[in-house]
Design a protein around this ligand. Structure first.
Ligand code: F6R
Length: 369
């Protein structure tokens, strides 16, 4: 049932183009408008929402971070992202105009479930983005947007993450359409770009051998850092989490802009640092800011492992290793940029002889608080 792969994780990484495509399936009508049948929240309520709070844990929370950038940009609704266990035990400001989005692969994570219950008690509407049909979180929510990643067996989440991000983009585009933030043809164009991501994810996977070879050469690494900005920041944190979970290596993800506020002190000769580089075609000087961050760490001896878009000639000069990903709209880049990081963590754990499907101390679904 591993479909010829060495591990479920490897299989699930290869399932990712399908996870993205299947999550998008059936979400538009003949006129190209997004339709979410299973939403069950009154459109008037969704139009009046003045704040969104995403609650989740672990990898699902990083999907929530990506969602924040996209939804705020497309819908102009403030979005907060909070770890479910932190949300539950403070005194969150939530009312009838708050939409809480709970993201969970299993639909059974107790921390997330308790936060869902708490939000509903305060009068919020809860929409669940969940992978497992009929699980507890969607049953206890007002609405559900299922990800169609298929069952995820490996403990470390991969295809569910891509499907969660995809579902969050669908939600963002739906809200933008509903609330009139975007013209129908703009929504349709963004949706087409989203559809095209499945093929690009496949391309990244096909380039995986170089990532694997690099990982095998880094078996002795004892700490690895990950940097990103904007949507690359949650990707960096997810890359670090994968490496901790699978290879038991101390890893940390930072916002690249935060470097000089402290973490740059960690850089010494040979320190491996992954950097997620935004598209050079994007706005806001994001690309040049990240290129300067790479120069700063390299000047201090870092070994730079760079994830960059095809055609980015500028960054090439500062990269010790470079993992190319296809060009994509800036907000959608996480679907591609995370894939080499997943493959890296899996291959490094494999090189160390570790069980990539069943890392120590971890369970697939955490049903205690
Ligand atoms: C990471 C991982 C965990 C889960 C987290 C939430 O690889 O698997 O961090 O993402 O425990 O689980 P779900 O999504 O089932 O609520």
């Amino acid at each position: 049932e591993k479909g010829g792969f060495d591990s479920f994780m490897d299989k699930e990484i290869h399932d990712q183009p399908h996870a993205v495509a299947d999550t998008l399936l059936g979400r538009t009508d003949a006129a190209g408008r997004i339709i979410l049948d299973d939403l069950r929240i009154d459109e008037a309520v969704l139009r009046s929402v003045d704040k969104i709070i995403v609650i989740a844990c672990g990898t699902a929370a990083y999907a929530g971070h990506v969602a924040k950038y996209a939804i705020e940009h497309w819908c102009r609704i403030p979005v907060e992202v909070e770890l479910a266990h932190e949300f539950r035990y403070r005194d969150p400001i939530v009312d009838e105009r708050t939409l809480v989005v709970a993201i969970s692969q299993s639909g059974e994570t107790m921390d997330t479930l308790m936060a869902v219950r708490h939000a509903r008690e305060q009068g919020a509407k809860v929409l669940a983005i969940v992978n497992t049909n009929g699980s507890t979180i969607p049953r206890e929510s007002d609405a559900v947007l299922y990800t169609h990643a298929g069952p995820e067996i490996a403990v470390a989440s991969t295809k569910a993450f891509l499907a969660q991000i995809t579902a969050a983009y669908i939600l963002g585009l739906y809200l933008a359409q509903l609330r009139g933030n975007k013209f129908p043809d703009e929504v349709a164009q963004l949706f087409d770009e989203l559809r095209d991501m499945s093929r690009k994810v496949q391309t990244v996977i096909e380039r995986g051998e170089y990532v694997r070879a690099t990982a095998r050469s880094m078996e002795a690494a004892d700490k690895v850092l990950f940097l990103g900005r904007h949507v690359g920041y949650p990707v960096a944190m997810e890359g670090a989490l994968k490496l901790k979970e699978l290879a038991y290596i101390h890893a940390e993800g930072f916002a690249a802009g935060e470097l000089k506020h402290g973490p740059i002190a960690l850089i010494d000769e040979g320190q491996p640092v992954f950097v997620v580089v935004p598209s050079p075609r994007g706005r806001d000087q994001l690309h040049s800011k990240v290129v300067s961050n790479i120069q700063e760490i390299r000047a201090r001896g870092a070994r730079t492992l760079v994830i960059a878009e095809d055609g980015d000639d500028e960054v090439r000069k500062y990269a010790d290793e470079i993992f190319w990903i296809p060009q994509a709209p800036s907000l959608l880049q996480p679907l591609l940029a995370v894939v080499p990081l997943q493959i890296f963590a899996m291959a490094l754990a494999g090189a160390k002889g570790l069980d990539v499907d069943q890392p120590r101390n971890l369970a697939k679904s955490v049903t205690v608080e």
